[in-house]
Structure formats: C-alpha cells, structure tokens
Design a protein around this ligand. Structure first.
Ligand code: ATP
Length: 208
C-alpha cells in the first residue's frame, strides 16, 4: 500500500511532518510519498521555487526511511492536476492500493478539483483532521462519504482505490501561511519547522 501526501510545502512544517510520521507509525504503508505541487491549479503560485521547496522537504525527511519525495509534479509543465498525477502513478503500480492523504480542509474542496470524480477511481482517500478546520462538507462531499466511507484501515488493502477513511491524527496547529507571515513579522518560528529547514530559509533569504 502506497501513501501519497500532496502539498505546496511552501515551506514544509512540523504539522506536515507530524501527519506523515503518525501515519507511517500506525498504518501499514510500504512507502509514503511526499508530493510537492508544481503549479497549483486552485491557488496562488508558491512563493518559493520548486527547487527550494524540494530541498527543504529533503532536509525535513532526512533519516525517515519509509518516506520519500515524488517529484513528478514539479518536473511536469502546466497545472499540477492530481488526477493526472494519480493516473501516472496507477500506470506504474498496477493494482497496488494507492492512498491519497489529504487534510479535511482540502477534502471539503474536492469538488473544485479537475475531473474530481475520477480521483476515487484511481486512489483511496485518507482524510486527516486538522485543528481549527471545521468547514462542513458540501452536498457532493456528503454524498461521496455516504457512498465510499469505510471504518477500518484494513478496507484500504482490499481494493486498489475507491474508499474514504477519516483518520484522526494528533495534528499540530500550524500552516505554511503562519510560517511565512511569522518570518515577515520577524517572529520566532523555531517551534514550527525542523532546524535544518529554518537554516535553509535563512541561508536563501526565503519569505522575506
Ligand atoms: P498554506 O498555509 O500555504 O495553505 P498548508 O500549511 O495548508 O499551506 P499545504 O502544503 O498546502 O500546507 O498542505 C498540504 C496538505 O497538508 C493539505 O492536505 C493540508 O490539509 C495538510 N496540512 C497542512 N498543515 C497541516 C497540519 N498542521 N495538520 C494536518 N494537516 C495539515
């Protein structure tokens, strides 16, 4: 079973890392991939370059053996549509269960994604609860939950795609926006990021 945690990672922070570490510890993933987005389709472009965002991710996951970086979106031109990414992964993986990991805030926005009904044909969804995000699901998302929600992690291993699991994670209340704003305000962000990522940000004058 392969997990994919997509994000802008502008920059990666301890909230992201808390999620992936908790998931590899408690769920039977053979591999967990962090997938930096190249050109986000539904939001402003990232402030840091793809090269810098990947470099920070590399520093953040150094020593975490079951976590890897999948660079296909930053290497592709054009908007990073998740449906294209999952299609290319599915071609490589055959029938291996593929699990797209997203925060609740991203999940409630699913109907705005390009060709979104195809996402569950290609992967399962594992939705992690994020503190402070209580947006209720819209009608389409509610219907999807009624149709696809499962209660057991084991269900994800019985099919390549098609299930939704809501998974509580003891998440940290931090966002990349917080980090960027705090850096501009010259506040201490030492608790929000790994030391090596903060050193990289300072060295390359990012988010000033
Ligand atoms: P920004 O503030 O720039 O929107 P972000 O902190 O939300 O950034 P992203 O890289 O956009 O980070 O998020 C990638 C994924 O990580 C999304 O699915 C998001 O819901 C999830 N995520 C981000 N921060 C947390 C957190 N503190 N706890 C749990 N999930 C998180």
């Amino acid at each position: 079973m392969i997990g994919v945690f997509g994000g802008t990672f502008d920059p990666v922070h301890n909230g992201h890392l808390r999620v992936v570490q908790a998931l590899v510890r408690t769920l039977p993933f053979d591999e967990l991939r962090m997938l930096p987005c190249g050109e986000p389709a539904h939001r402003a472009p990232p402030q840091a370059s793809a090269e810098d965002r990947v470099a920070m991710l590399r520093l953040a996951i150094a020593g975490m053996s079951s976590i890897v970086i999948d660079e296909r979106e930053v290497q592709r031109n054009g908007p990073s549509y998740m449906v294209d990414t999952l299609t290319s992964m599915r071609e490589e993986l055959g029938d291996t269960p593929l699990v797209l990991i997203i925060g609740w805030d991203a999940f409630v926005g699913l109907p705005t994604w390009h060709r979104w009904p195809q996402i569950l044909e290609l992967a399962h969804l594992l939705v992690v609860q994020r503190p402070g995000t209580t947006t209720p699901p819209c009608r389409e998302v509610e219907a999807l939950l009624q149709q696809c929600q499962v209660d057991e992690v084991s269900a994800l291993k019985t099919a390549p795609a098609g299930c939704i699991l809501l998974h509580p994670v003891d998440a940290l209340e931090v966002s990349s926006t917080n980090v960027r704003e705090s850096i501009i305000a010259k506040e201490d962000v030492g608790d929000l990021l790994p030391v090596a990522v903060l050193a990289y940000i300072k060295e390359h004058n990012l988010y000033q």
